[in-house]
Design a protein around this ligand. Structure first.
Ligand code: ADP
Ligand code: ASP
Ligand code: MG
Length: 414
């Protein structure tokens, strides 16, 4: 008998008929002999709806209260799915994050899991019950409700699978696995049978929202066998996330990712002397705002411009703070916010041993007249910040340039 954690995303439980269909799917797995633990997301659109309500009251809602509000989305779907299982005659029990002992740090809206006891889930399993857990949430040491960041139910599922030493964690979603690019943008994107933890980590952190980045970190750290599959396609094979193997090294580019949740802040006329960058970025870090790319231009008459990118959802909060910091360090000009940008990236472990990949990427974007605003690279990825309106064109262009629709081209060396 295998212990399997199933996670169902928002679209999978988007309305009552879908919730009932998911209950049938869980029942089928249980009938086949699996012990099933279920993690569920809020019904499609619910988290956005709740955020919208809060923003009708204030521009920058206090995050402690926002978390309490957002956690209710998963409590609703979790309760409804449990009722649907009970209606089918199964002994199911619903739990909040707190009830299964998910303790996080206090970084509201993007908290990290510190530990999980999962005692009540273990007891439910022992009694032959199906435990259904509300994803995306925990409590901090002060017992305040926290949420784990957008897409956080994936992390709840993988962390629970690790705590329970489960045989498999299946992320059921609206696509049949991890593709070479978002299949909703690139019609001929290819499903990958398997992908390495490293590549999946990069793709996820660069915007491929099919898995939350932290869920992949957990899977890698605790060696959780992780399968991404479609809720709706019965015959779908899905994608296994696994340790890197030799075949993967032959692949130059495994996938293209894009991220529209990007903004750029520029501080102009910054005095060019030691300690200034340290000062600016430690103030931002104190507010737990995560910065991505940073560029400082060559100083002119002792003054420089510093630009950095960050999640668009954090840009208002950051802008207020940066304006204050800019004043404090005697920056000469306005602080500018640009929310009209996006990031496109290519990822592949094969890049480690191939040269010329960046040149091919930049030339392909140039051929479409797409201007590159910022660049960053690591061993296995190259990212470019571009104007947001070119995102889809850039993703399709890069997918084609690296022949990702065709498996035989992907492994050819340059
Ligand atoms: P869920 O609600 O099930 O958690 P998400 O919307 O969070 O689902 O994630 C699934 C979506 O991820 C897909 O519908 C797809 O648009 C998007 N996506 C982005 N990049 C990829 C990729 N490389 N492979 C598969 N899906 C991707
Ligand atoms: N409901 C949350 C979100 O929309 C968490 C999740 O779906 O995983 O981001
Ligand atoms: Mg998701």
């Amino acid at each position: 008998m295998a212990l399997v954690v199933h996670k169902y995303g928002g679209t999978s439980v988007g309305d009552i008929s879908k919730i009932k269909a998911v209950a049938e799917k869980i029942a089928e797995a249980k009938n086949a002999g699996d012990e099933v633990v279920v993690v569920v997301s809020a019904m499609a659109g619910e988290t956005d709806r709740l955020i919208g309500l809060a923003h009708q009251i204030c521009d920058i809602p206090r995050e402690r209260e926002l978390d309490l509000l957002l956690s209710s989305g998963e409590r609703i779907s979790c309760s409804l799915l449990t009722l649907a299982l009970q209606a089918l005659g199964y002994n199911a029990e619903a739990f909040t994050g707190r009830q299964v002992g998910i303790v996080t740090d206090s970084a509201h809206t993007k908290a990290r899991i510190k530990r999980i006891t999962a005692d009540r889930v273990k007891t439910a399993i022992e009694k032959g019950k199906i435990a259904v857990v509300a994803g995306f949430q925990g409590i901090d040491e002060a017992e305040d409700v926290t949420t784990l960041g957008r897409g956080g139910s994936d992390t709840t599922a993988v962390a629970l699978a690790a705590a329970l030493n489960a045989d498999l964690c299946i992320i059921y979603t609206d696509v049949d696995g991890v593709y070479t690019a978002d299949p909703n943008i690139v019609a001929d994107a290819r499903r990958l049978d398997k992908i390495s933890y490293e590549e999946m980590l990069e793709l996820a952190s660069l915007g491929a929202k099919v898995l939350q980045t932290r869920s992949v970190e957990f899977a890698k750290k605790y060696q959780v066998p992780l399968l991404v599959k479609s809720t709706f396609e019965k015959e779908g094979k899905g994608t296994m996330v696994v340790e890197e193997d030799r075949d993967m090294e032959k692949v130059l580019v495994a996938g293209v990712a894009h991220d529209k949740n990007q903004a750029k802040i520029t501080i102009s006329g910054v005095p060019d002397r030691p300690g200034i960058a340290g000062n600016i970025f430690s103030r931002i870090a104190e507010k737990e705002i995560v910065i991505d790319m940073i560029i400082q231009n060559v100083s002119d008459q002792g003054l420089a411009d510093i630009s950095f990118t960050l999640p668009r959802t954090e840009s208002k909060k950051a802008l207020e703070l940066v304006k204050e910091v800019a004043k404090g360090i005697g920056a000469k000009e306005e602080v500018a916010l640009d929310t009209d940008i996006a990031k496109v990236s290519i990822v592949g472990v094969g890049m480690r041993s191939h040269s010329g990949v960046a040149a091919r990427m930049f030339s392909a974007l140039a051929a479409e007249n797409i201007n590159i605003l910022m660049i960053s690279t690591s061993e296995i990825k190259i990212s470019c910040v571009i104007e947001a309106k070119y995102t889809e064109l850039a993703v399709r262009t890069l997918h084609k340039t690296f022949g990702l629709e065709n498996p035989s081209l992907v492994t050819s060396s340059m």
